[in-house]
Design a protein around this ligand. Sequence first.
Ligand SMILES: Cc1cc2nc3c(=O)[nH]c(=O)nc-3n(C[C@H](O)[C@H](O)[C@H](O)COP(=O)(O)OP(=O)(O)OC[C@H]3O[C@@H](n4cnc5c(N)ncnc54)[C@H](O)[C@@H]3O)c2cc1C
Length: 508
Amino acid sequence: MDLEFAQSINIKKDISSFLNDYREKLSQLFSQRNDEDEMLATRGLPPYVLREVLECNPLSTFIPSEYSGRGGHTSEALSMLETTSYQSLPLSLMMGINGALFLQPIANYAHEEVMENVFSRFLVKKNMGGLMITEPDYGSDALRMQTGFIHDDSNKVYKIDGLKHWAGLTGWADFWLITARGADKDGELGRDIGFFVHDSSNGGIEVLEYYKNLGLYMLPYGRNKVNIEVPENYRLQPKTTGVTMMLDILHRSRLQFPGMSTGHLNRMLDEALDHCKQRMVGGMSLFNYDQVKERLARLQSYFTVSSAMSYFTSMNVPLDHNTARMDVAANSIKSVVTDYMHEASQSLMQLVGAKGYRLDHIAGRAMVDSRPFQIFEGSNDILYQQISESVLKMMRKGKENNLYNFLKNYSLTENAAEYFKDNLDFEIDYKLPQRKLVQLGQAIGRMVSMNMTMKLGETGFNSDMVANSLKVIREEIQQCISSYTYNESPMMIEEYGDDSSWLRYVKD
Ligand SMILES: Cc1cc2nc3c(=O)[nH]c(=O)nc-3n(C[C@H](O)[C@H](O)[C@H](O)COP(=O)(O)OP(=O)(O)OC[C@H]3O[C@@H](n4cnc5c(N)ncnc54)[C@H](O)[C@@H]3O)c2cc1C
């Protein structure tokens, strides 16, 4: 197949028929031609399944139209991810990695020659790409990574050396985006981060070990020795610094998590509804129990809030918009929606009962598959802290000490803040301990999400669902604020051995 053909099949379909055909293909591959339960419990993916998925050109939604893609429209990419994750969360993560962590950085920062090569290889040869940032000793503190690069002027290449692990698509990806710090002649590493596009067929990446990942069986992970040479043009060109480029890449990716979460949450909701309507307990349908209805309402609320986030990102984050300064929106969306993904999976598991506690049941799989979303691309504990820090910084800069006054004038919380006037009308303490910053961040992240949901409510989206989800999220925010204002700070007792055995105190 040549590029012109790839172009013709992409351009002729409008987005709805593109998604319908894609949905139909996924359903055939995952439910009709294969046993879905069996696929859930098996590592990897049969090669023909991956081939047929990629033949629908889902990744063309991330590729600009000048290079024969569908144009890189955010709403198209998010709806493709949503369609994928309704069928399979791991497959959606695979698409998300290719799109947000590889193709979009290329589209925004790569040399013309690299774009032509990479985009045509994706469209015609169905290639895939991933991103290597994390190292065994440097995860959350990635800026201190030890992988270094030097520039070899005579051969016009960069030489990169280091150890990376946990990169999605380990051993599979045709291309890698590799991050490294510049090394001087004494081997001292500089502060800035460089991004290099490596073609795996050039060699130099050795998989030292494949990990037995707890979930996401479809995706291979492991530890890689990196010792590569990359042509000069294959280094991404930051507009300012490499660290700012990294922020843009990571924020854009976090802002697009709702693509993956909305489909997953929709599936959790539908599975729960189906199960509860069919299952009879104590002579009546599970669906009629009040506590079950509470769980279902919560699931539906998660789906609604995630949809509101997709709407926000689609409307506010075109591909060419630099997101380096969108920290509050990106960190709120990522942390809140991944908490919802895992909470929804746990809730489905509770409702399904023992049947869900099987390696090959969607409830059990969803529980372990959704869990790492709270860890990768910024651990949620850290992101919540960062949300508070960003808000406190803006308050200090604007000389505003009253939290309510700030939030009611802040574009991401202006509509939601009103509901919490009584709880937030206090002077902020700028020297908060970390745990308080996290609790405050949980409240603010949910207020940002509530604001987005209110905005979705103005569009004509199902108003009952919006109204219900606002009730659920308001309750959550109240709980977060009360943890924040609760003044006990339990400490860990390090030497707890001697008198902590209850049996010693049992009297005959
Ligand atoms: C399924 C999966 C997929 C991944 N995909 C990729 C990928 O494609 N590419 C890639 O480069 N990496 C990937 N990663 C790696 C991921 O980004 C890292 O695991 C993550 O950044 C955390 O690093 P760490 O595991 O070293 O944990 P650590 O940095 O050791 O942190 C562990 C925990 O310690 C706590 N913690 C850490 N720092 C602080 C702090 N300052 N304050 C308070 N608490 C703190 C948090 O609870 C945190 O979750 C993936 C990981 C997983 C599990």
